[in-house]
Design a binder for this molecule. Structure first.
Ligand code: X8Z
Ligand code: ZN
Length: 640
């Protein structure tokens, strides 16, 4: 992700891809969307100093649709130049964190923020112009939504925000735990995550968890200030607060999107609840009923992941049936001495098997695949097109694990989006919505079946029969289903923070209230308002919106079902792999090529025929496991 604090906002790079946000006037749709694409910022004030090329003509002549068209073209050109400069500074910073590279990136970010403030105000002048062509109208709309961290149009405040954002991401990137007395061997997030994944000792896990969560305490005052300044920036361009800006990026009014997210959660919550109940019972066997009581939230450090967001690392504790063929890809990767390049080549091979293009030569030259030994870098995985010109890269610190193999496919999904839309105007160079961008690579990984893994030599035997299937589905669910509430709650928290409904004095308590409400996990030791536990998750200090990952978890199954249909798959959805299928590849490409040029329901329809996001494919996929879980949970005290 590259989302650096700012970048996320605009740079394309991103982990997700596009940091820019897109939204656009929705034409139709069952969402109750409104809005004319060109609808300008209601509260926008006129620009005082027009950016050199965002000007139109003199006051006396009324603005025309042709003026708007020319303005939209110019803004796309100017933004491209600025975003390339910004992405370059961000890439250098993320692959070599120093005070100098941080200051350099902050200064470029300031420049971009200044340009955007002005250009957005200028765009507002086209609000009442009649007869705008659809493309220009959409460009103007996307412009206003293009930064996830808008700055106030006051130079000192803008500079302060740029510097705070860079510092916050730096604090996260440099975070380490050096033992209880601070004098032990220091561990970074990668090493602490290994402890979370591998240890089964309650206190060892607790120490790693507490150690990492201390890194975010110093972020608290900076974050508070970031909220104030970015809210001011959002208000200047006509949004109620920064959360409203983020929620406006889904081709529907922000309130409708809030309900949409809850509707989707309502579809999948029963499945999550069944999984939670079963996993808690298994954890109680491992750690004791006193540590993991029935009917209560699970201590957050026991689920194999620093944020308890994905639980696949403790699959061994919950494996339904012993004596089935192993699903352990890690062991084979290590045994066969897979290196980072070979893992990425394997990922590329899946995409090219669908008839998609190979990655450009520059990808192999310019990417960061492994953690450099001699400098600090942001290891959080991301995908980039630094010069907005098919300059594809990934930035990872790859280890030979299945988790990283999955992340490689995820990041390549971003790069394949870039490669199919890089010729569009730069404001259309983003996902149909940000959840789409996150879902492409994940949809591909749903085709990484045991059959495929056996074919490429990473599994010895394909699990057979009902028992094999339930084991396999459990492994998938520990990653995909377990994630859902976390994917939702991170921004539920930030939306409340940005709106002012949660005050700084309640930052930590409200974070844990949501962790408990949605995930059914609780802090393993007492927390206080000295702590800032939300800041221990990358996307908070890096200011990357998170609802996209929740949407992606659902969309990827919807995409998978459509791709399987295109491939002519017959039979249950969980048995489908589109590996090698060119028809599926064509369908995928048709959606990727649209970028954000059309409202997302149109892009969704291009692939799936549906105009609504819908979790039914995910539920269909997990039907066998759901039945099994309900059987296992009989007589248990579920819930929390
Ligand atoms: O941040 C990411 C990707 C980059 S877009 C590695 N993900 C989220 C996370 O790590 O929290 C992918 C899954 C969710
Ligand atoms: Zn991503």
């Amino acid at each position: 992700m590259n989302h650096t604090p700012f970048r996320s906002f605009f740079l394309r790079a991103a982990l997700m891809a596009v940091p820019l946000a897109a939204s656009a006037g929705c034409t139709s749709s069952a969402h109750g969307l409104t809005a004319a694409a060109s609808e300008p910022a209601p509260g926008a004030t006129p620009a005082t100093v027009p950016p050199q090329s965002a000007t139109t003509q003199a006051d006396e002549a009324p603005l025309t649709a042709e003026d708007a068209r020319q303005f939209a073209t110019r803004v796309n050109d100017e933004l491209k130049r600025l975003w390339v400069k910004q992405a370059t500074a961000e890439w250098i910073k993320a692959t070599y964190i120093t005070d100098d590279t941080e200051r350099n990136a902050a200064s470029v970010n300031e420049e971009v923020m200044a340009y955007l403030s002005q250009a957005i105000q200028q765009a507002a002048r086209f609000k009442d112009v009649k007869g705008l062509d659809a493309e220009s109208a959409r460009v103007l709309r996307l412009l206003r939504l293009s930064s996830t961290l808008p700055a106030p149009n006051e130079p000192a405040q803008r500079a302060e925000l740029a510097s705070i954002a860079a510092k916050l991401e730096g604090l996260y990137g440099k975070g380490k735990y050096c033992g209880k007395d601070g004098k032990g061997a220091c561990k970074d997030l990668g090493e602490l995550s290994d402890v979370m994944a591998d240890s089964r000792d309650y206190n060892t896990l607790l120490e790693a968890w507490v150690g990492w969560h201390a890194i975010s305490q110093p972020m608290r005052p900076l974050y508070e200030r970031l909220v104030t300044l970015s809210n001011a920036g959002a208000r200047e361009i006509g949004f109620q607060d920064l959360g409203a800006l983020w929620r406006s990026n889904y081709d529907m009014p922000p309130e409708a999107f809030e309900q949409e997210a809850q509707r989707l959660w309502g579809q999948v919550k029963p499945l999550y609840d069944d999984l939670h109940c079963y996993v808690r019972a298994r954890l109680a066997k491992q750690y004791g009923e006193d540590k993991v009581p029935a009917g209560k939230a699970i201590p957050a450090h026991l689920l194999g992941n620093m944020w308890a967001q994905e639980w696949n690392n403790i699959y061994g504790l919950v494996e339904p049936y012993k004596g089935q063929p192993s699903l352990d890809v890690d062991a084979e990767l290590k045994k066969q001495k897979y290196d980072a390049i070979r893992m990425v080549k394997l990922g590329e091979g899946f995409f090219t098997s669908l008839g998609l293009k190979p990655l450009p030569e520059t990808f192999w030259q310019n990417s960061q695949f492994t953690k450099p030994r001699d400098r600090e870098v942001v290891c959080h995985a991301s995908a980039w097109d630094v010069t907005y010109n098919n300059d594809l890269r990934i930035k990872m610190c790859i280890k030979p694990t299945e988790e990283d193999l999955v992340t490689i496919h995820h990041e390549l999904g971003h790069d394949y989006y870039y490669t199919y839309y890089y010729k569009l105007p730069v404001l259309f160079q983003q996902g149909a919505n940000d959840g789409f961008h996150e879902a492409i690579g994940d949809a591909i990984t749903l085709s990484i079946t045991p059959g495929y893994l056996k074919q490429v030599g990473l599994l010895k035997d394909v699990p057979q029969g009902d028992k094999g299937l339930i084991n396999l589905q459990m492994k998938d669910a520990m990653e995909k289903v377990a994630f859902l509430p976390f994917g939702l709650l991170v921004d539920q928290w930030r939306w409340e923070v940005f709106s002012g409904r949660v005050k700084p004095t309640d930052y930590n308590a409200s974070w844990w209230a949501l962790r408990e409400k949605y995930q059914g996990v609780r802090a393993p030791v007492e927390r206080s308002e000295k702590d800032f536990d939300a800041g221990a998750k990358y996307h908070v200090p890096a200011n990357v919106p998170y609802t996209r990952y929740f949407l992606a978890r659902i969309l990827q199954f919807q995409f998978h079902r459509a791709l399987c249909q295109a491939a002519g798959h017959q039979g249950p959805l969980h048995e489908c792999s589109i590996y090698g299928n060119k028809e599926a590849g064509k369908r995928l490409q048709a959606m990727l090529e649209l970028g954000a040029s059309k409202p997302w329901p149109e892009a969704l329809a291009a692939l799936t025929g549906q105009q609504e996001m819908d979790a039914s494919a995910m539920l269909e996929y997990f039907t066998p496991l759901r039945r099994w879980l309900q059987e296992q949970n009989k007589g248990q005290q579920c819930g929390w």
